[in-house]
Design a protein. Structure first.
Ligand SMILES: [Zn+2]
Length: 416
C-alpha cells in the first residue's frame, strides 16, 4: 500500500482529504453494542435494567436482545423474581459463552503468545511460541498452523469468531498492517491479509497498548470508561490513550510513542537508539534491565528469569525493579499531567507483582504530578498482570465484536 503520503517528510499540512475514511469519525458503540456491553458488565441482567443503564427504551432493548440471542452471543437465564420478591418476575439475559471463542496472538520480540478467550473475556488457554526467526512469513505461518490445533484441544467444540493480533510500535488497525516494528524488523507487513488467507478467519490487528486499553475498558478492574492512559513497559515501551470513551488512534495510528520521554538523569545509563541518554526506553525496557543487571555482575540470561528472581525476593534484583518503578513513575507523572485521565494503567510486571515497586511508582508519580492527588486511585497496575500478552491479542477481536456486533462475523447467523 502507498505509505508515502503518510511519511513524516510531508511537505504540506495534513488535510481533511488525506485522512482515510476509516480513521475519520471516532468509533462509537452502536446501540446493539451498548446493550452487549451492559450485558458483559452486569449479566445476568434484566432487560429493564439494561434500558436504564443504556438510556434506550425498553422496547428497543428487547429488540436488540432478540438480535443478539439470534446471533448466539447472549442467552436467557432462568426466570427470577423481581427485586426483593416484589414486582413481576423477569427473564434475565447474559453472555453466552458456550458457542463461540475469540482467538488472539501477541507478537513480542522473542516469542508469540497465542490465546483463546471466551465472550466474557476469560482466557481459555494460552501458548507461547518462541521465535526461531522474526521473518513475518515464518512468525505468521507458525501462528496460523498452530491455531487450529489449539482450538481443537481447548475449544470444547466452540467456533472461533475472529483472530485478533497485537504487537508493539506502529500498527494501522484500519488496514490491518504493522507499519513499523524496528525490533522485529517489520515494515508494512500486511498481517490481516496474510492471516485471513491462512486461517479463513476475520482478522483484526492493533497495537498492544490500544488492545490492552480496550481490554481494560471491557473487562478490566479500574474505571477506564471515559478516559485512561495505558503505559506499556516491556521490550517495547509505548502507551495508549482513552478519551471520551474511545481509544485514540490518530490519523496516522501513531499515537503512544513515549519511548523517548526524557526521564533519566543520564549518568551511567545506556545510550538510547536516538543517541541521547536518559530516555524512558533506555532506562526501563527489558534489554535495559538486562544490561544493568549484567553491569552489576548479576548472571541472568533472560528477562523472565530476572523477574522470577525479583518475585523470589533476591535483594539486588528487587532493587533493579524498584529503580525501574521510579523511572516509570516519572513518566507516569508527565502522562497524568498531560491527559488528566481517570486512571493511568501501568502494564509492567514489577508494579503488578511486587508491592514495594507499585508503592515506589505511585510515590514518584504523586510527588511529580500536579493533578495526581491520590496515586492509589489514579495509578493502577494492569488488570491482566501475569496474562497481559495472552489478553492483548484476543482483546483486539473482543473490542471489534463490541464495536459492531451486527457487522461481518461470518461464523454468526445472519441478522434477520
Ligand atoms: Zn531515545
Amino acid at each position: 500500500m502507498d505509505r508515502t503520503r503518510m511519511s513524516s517528510a510531508r511537505p504540506v499540512p495534513l488535510r481533511r482529504a488525506d485522512i482515510p475514511a476509516a480513521a475519520g469519525p471516532p468509533r462509537r458503540a452502536s446501540s446493539t453494542g451498548a446493550v452487549l456491553g451492559a450485558i458483559l458488565d452486569h449479566g445476568p441482567v434484566a432487560r429493564s435494567t439494561i434500558a436504564r443503564l443504556t438510556g434506550l427504551s425498553p422496547a428497543s432493548v428487547t429488540g436488540h436482545c432478540g438480535v443478539l440471542i439470534g446471533r448466539g452471543l447472549i442467552k436467557e437465564g432462568p426466570e427470577t423474581a423481581g427485586p426483593r420478591g416484589l414486582g413481576r418476575p423477569h427473564v434475565p439475559v447474559e453472555i453466552d459463552t458456550a458457542r463461540y471463542l475469540l482467538a488472539g496472538a501477541h507478537v513480542a520480540v522473542t516469542h508469540t503468545t497465542l490465546a483463546l478467550m471466551d465472550l466474557r473475556g476469560r482466557l481459555v488457554s494460552e501458548e507461547r511460541l518462541p521465535h526461531t526467526s522474526t521473518e513475518p512469513a515464518e512468525v505468521l505461518g507458525r501462528m496460523a498452523e498452530r491455531l487450529p490445533r489449539m482450538l481443537a484441544a481447548h475449544g470444547s467444540g466452540r467456533t472461533a469468531l475472529a483472530l485478533g493480533v497485537a504487537t508493539g510500535h506502529w500498527v494501522d488497525p484500519a488496514a490491518g498492517v504493522v507499519l513499523h516494528h524496528p525490533q522485529l524488523g517489520w515494515r508494512d507487513v500486511p498481517v490481516r491479509e496474510v492471516l485471513a488467507k491462512a486461517t479463513g478467519l476475520p482478522v483484526h490487528v492493533d497495537s498492544h497498548s490500544r488492545a490492552l486499553a480496550r481490554a481494560e475498558q471491557l473487562v478490566g478492574v479500574a474505571s477506564t470508561r471515559a478516559s485512561a492512559v495505558v503505559l506499556f513497559v516491556g521490550n517495547v515501551v509505548d502507551a495508549a490513550f482513552v478519551s471520551s470513551g474511545t481509544v485514540h488512534q490518530g490519523p496516522r495510528f501513531g499515537a503512544g510513542n513515549v519511548a523517548h520521554l526524557p526521564v533519566g538523569t543520564g549518568d551511567g545509563s545506556t545510550t538510547c537508539v536516538c543517541r541521547v541518554t536518559g530516555c524512558l526506553q533506555s532506562e526501563v525496557s527489558e534489554p535495559a534491565m538486562l544490561h544493568r543487571a549484567a553491569r552489576q555482575g548479576l548472571r541472568v540470561a533472560t528477562f523472565p528469569e530476572l523477574l522470577r528472581r525479583a518475585v523470589e525476593g533476591e535483594a539486588a534484583v528487587v532493587s533493579l525493579f524498584r529503580r525501574r518503578a521510579r523511572f516509570v513513575g516519572r513518566a507516569a507523572a508527565v502522562l497524568l499531567d498531560m491527559f488528566d485521565p481517570e486512571v493511568l494503567v501501568v502494564v509492567e510486571p514489577g508494579a503488578g507483582r511486587l508491592a514495594p515497586c507499585l508503592a515506589e511508582l505511585r510515590a514518584v508519580a504523586a510527588e511529580r504530578s500536579l493533578v495526581c492527588d491520590d496515586a492509589e486511585r489514579s495509578v493502577v497496575p494492569s488488570s491482566f498482570t501475569g496474562r497481559v500478552l495472552a489478553t492483548a491479542g484476543p482483546a483486539v477481536a473482543l473490542g471489534a465484536l463490541h464495536d459492531d456486533p451486527l457487522g461481518p462475523w461470518p461464523a454468526l447467523p445472519a441478522v434477520s
